[in-house]
Design a protein around this ligand. Structure first.
Ligand SMILES: Cc1cc2nc3c(=O)[nH]c(=O)nc-3n(C[C@H](O)[C@H](O)[C@H](O)COP(=O)(O)O)c2cc1C
Length: 345
């Protein structure tokens, strides 16, 4: 069987520095595809152009129940764009990004061209090296203060994309947010369509598709992936605590809420790019992260989450950060599978 994690073994020394722009972009996309995505749907396609690459939303990979407006789908594509930009800077090129360049084509999310030569900063280098080490880690994290300087760095990451970030460490405030997560969990798991959609993206890593989530991502043996419909997505099943308020509030030193002023595709792309920088900085600091998006996905709870976190705009993502042994990576589709070949006419 081919190594299901081969895409994570990309070697930075293999960059074709003197290759054609197309060869360089193909290599750089190997980092873009390591971005996180809702249910690991990897809803992105790329089309190589003479002057760069287009990022296209693959709406066949949508999640109509949990994400009816493709909000998380576009955020995921924004995260892939953020990873691509980080990789370009590492190799000395400033990315020249145009978001939503064609008003008549809502699927064309961005065009990225090679811009001016740049010398990567130490932060660019640290972020780049974090790409292959970043994981979503659904375990409990011990209570401990954030590493020095991390909070400031994460606020700057959000601000750089015009987003707002709340970092919630206060226990009472975490409890209030955790209660919303638990309420969201109950609402979602009551809905059979939600459970069926989640189950359809939980499958063994030995499955031929290189997408979705293995049961291993939830602390189950991979062979139990078939019972994915039972999975509680917040914590590993080994804890048997499910999404209790207490477990979430005390199992994470900080809860992060990323918000945007608008709630449209441009804002979602910005949120995805901010997410990419934030997660890579968290990883570079030796910490890890996991999502608790239930209150963002439940209409009645979304404004309450904003209030609880002190966010003025629209909450887009809720996740927690802390320290834990990272698990195995999640599978990825190889670059050649996400290259869009235009129809021949
Ligand atoms: C927009 C977005 C929403 C996500 N929502 C959740 C979530 O609510 N619960 C969860 O456990 N993981 C969530 N994830 C994490 C994905 O499941 C994860 O990125 C994917 O399985 C790939 O694994 P990796 O991040 O370890 O590469 C989300 C990721 C993104 C980008």
């Amino acid at each position: 069987m081919a190594d299901p994690f081969a895409e994570w073994q990309i070697n930075e020394r293999d960059y074709p520095q003197h290759g054609t722009p197309e060869e360089r972009l193909r290599f750089l996309l190997g980092y873009a595809i390591l971005a996180p995505s809702g249910h690991n749907t990897q809803p992105w396609l790329f089309q190589l152009r003479p002057d760069g690459v287009d990022l296209i939303a693959d709406r066949t990979r949508c999640l109509p129940v949990v994400d009816p407006f493709d909000r998380a789908l576009v955020i995921s594509c924004g995260a892939a764009l953020g990873h691509l930009c980080t990789a370009m800077r590492f190799y000395g090129v400033e990315p020249d990004v145009r978001l939503l360049p064609d008003a008549l084509d809502a699927d064309l999310l961005a065009h990225v061209a090679f811009g001016a030569d740049v010398r990567p900063s130490s932060r660019d280098v640290a972020r780049f090296r974090a790409i292959t080490r970043r994981r979503t880690t659904r375990k409990h994290y011990p209570e401990e203060p954030l590493p020095d300087g991390l909070a400031q760095a994460l606020h700057a990451d959000a601000a750089a994309e015009g987003c707002e970030l709340a970092i919630v460490s206060d226990l009472e405030q975490r409890r209030a947010i955790a209660a919303l997560v638990a309420e969201g969990d109950r609402a979602q798991f009551r809905n059979p369509a939600f459970r069926r959609e989640l189950a359809s993206w939980v499958h063994s890593r030995r499955a031929s598709s290189r997408d979705g989530m293995s049961g291993a991502a939830f602390g189950m043996p991979d062979v139990l992936s078939a019972v994915g419909g039972l999975v509680i997505r917040t914590f590993d099943m080994g804890d048997r605590q499910g999404a209790t308020d207490e477990a979430i509030a005390t199992g994470s030193p900080a809860l992060l809420v990323l918000g945007t002023r608008a709630d449209d595709p441009r804002a979602w792309l910005a949120a995805g790019m901010a997410l990419s920088s934030i997660l890579l900085d968290v990883t570079a600091a030796g910490w890890t992260s996991a999502y608790l998006n239930q209150p963002v996905e439940t209409d009645a709870l979304r404004p309450r989450l904003g209030e609880a976190a002190g966010i003025a705009g629209h909450p887009q993502l809720l996740f927690r950060i802390g320290r834990a042994e990272p698990g195995e990576p999640a599978v990825r589709r190889p670059v050649h599978e996400v290259l869009h070949e235009p129809a021949q006419v």
